[in-house]
Design a protein around this ligand. Structure first.
Ligand code: PMP
Length: 348
């Protein structure tokens, strides 16, 4: 079955908007096709008076060179949040279709689904926060979701899902399996990129917001098969990623060595922070993490959250998430920042 059969009919039959930069892709001496200003008024290292490349081609070439994500299979979004929203708009009929989540997981899936009037079914991860494969398969049978999200390493739990588990779920699922590797750069698990090449119903998401230090530039990435790629291109805003963000992404990708060193630092610091947190009388459990944060069960999450806040240290209170009673999610910072967190915790 073609993935097109899973898409909304109005998307398959869409006559997409084509912008000036779609119609003419080469280079010319005079551009009078897009009603831009002929000059720029600010100092900027690029043609900020012109619309940006709608395909983010240079960024995608760099993604292929640096991350090995094939150029033809990638699409760049305004953060991976845009990719999530695009997937809902392409595959899910509002008021009719559903998605399946494995909780606890990244909160935006549920919120973006609700905004698009798509029903959410959530089944719990097991006690190690891993998918219970048989339970997932029976939920697929019961709910027939259009999209199934697997977040690995998972937010807020921090643990990674083994590639074989994802493969087994994705090959059972006759609809779309979305693998969100926002924190994949920190993980020891193999990436699911190979699954996209094996299975046209798998969509992989990455982002430059975490390990690559570009949260402010909003650069998210999807790797997917060609029919999904075309649909995403047709549905996204024509110029979804601004020129400054495209240029910053190129700079970051040209600096992969520093980023890798930063990832090493964070992993080492994560282990140090975990060890020191475990010694605290206020900490009940530090969950194993493959990401740049730790899920920490404490004696009283609300009290500790507010106490830390008063001392100028902000963490995320996740205690209302499924199976996360009294849990805080703590981002791994610099050694100095983490020492301030530990000192504030002891002072409480
Ligand atoms: N996926 C996960 C699991 C996340 O935690 C986040 C951000 N917190 C995102 C996606 C969105 O990232 P981006 O900045 O690329 O929109």
């Amino acid at each position: 079955m073609s993935v097109k059969n899973l898409m909304r009919e109005n998307i398959v039959s869409l006559d997409p908007y084509r912008c000036a930069r779609d119609e003419f892709e080469g280079s010319a001496e005079v551009y009078l096709d897009a009603n831009e200003s002929w000059r720029k008024y600010i100092d900027f290292p690029g043609e900020i008076n012109r619309y940006p490349d709608p395909r983010s081609s240079a960024v995608r070439k760099a993604l292929e060179e640096v991350l090995g994500l094939p150029y033809d299979s990638t699409i760049v979004g305004n953060g991976s949040d845009e990719i999530i929203d695009l997937l809902f708009r392409i595959f899910c009929n509002p008021g009719k279709d559903s998605v399946l989540l494995l909780g606890p997981t990244y909160g935006a899936y549920k919120v973006f689904a609700s905004i698009n009037d798509i029903k959410v079914n959530m089944i719990p991860l097991d006690e190690d926060f891993l998918p219970d494969v048989e339970a997932v398969k029976s939920a697929i049978d019961r709910f027939s979701p259009k999209l199934l999200f697997i977040c690995t390493p998972n937010n807020p739990t921090g643990n990674a899902v083994p590639l074989e588990t994802i493969r087994s779920i994705a090959s059972y699922n006759s609809a779309i399996t979305v693998v969100d590797e926002a924190y994949g750069d920190f993980s020891r698990e193999q990436s699911a990129a190979s699954l996209v090449l094996e299975n046209e119903r798998v969509v992989l998401m990455r982002t430059l917001s975490k390990a690559w230090g570009l949260a402010g530039a909003r650069v998210g990435i999807a790797m997917c098969s060609s029919e999904i790629h075309d649909a995403m291109y047709n549905v996204k805003y024509p110029y979804n990623l601004g020129l400054p963000s495209q240029l910053e992404a190129l700079k970051a990708l040209a600096n992969a060595e520093s980023v890798r060193a930063g990832v090493e630092y964070t992993i080492k610091e994560r282990e140090r922070l975990a060890r020191l947190l475990e010694r605290s009388s206020k900490v009940v459990k530090v969950y194993p993490s493959d990401a740049n944060f730790l899920l920490v069960k404490v004696v009283d999450a609300n009290e500790i959250y507010l106490g830390l806040q008063k001392k100028g240290v902000i963490v995320r209170n996740r205690s209302r998430e499924l199976n996360c009673e009294n849990c805080l999610r703590i981002t791994v910072g610099s050694v100095e920042e983490d020492d301030r967190l530990l000192a504030a915790l002891e002072e409480l």
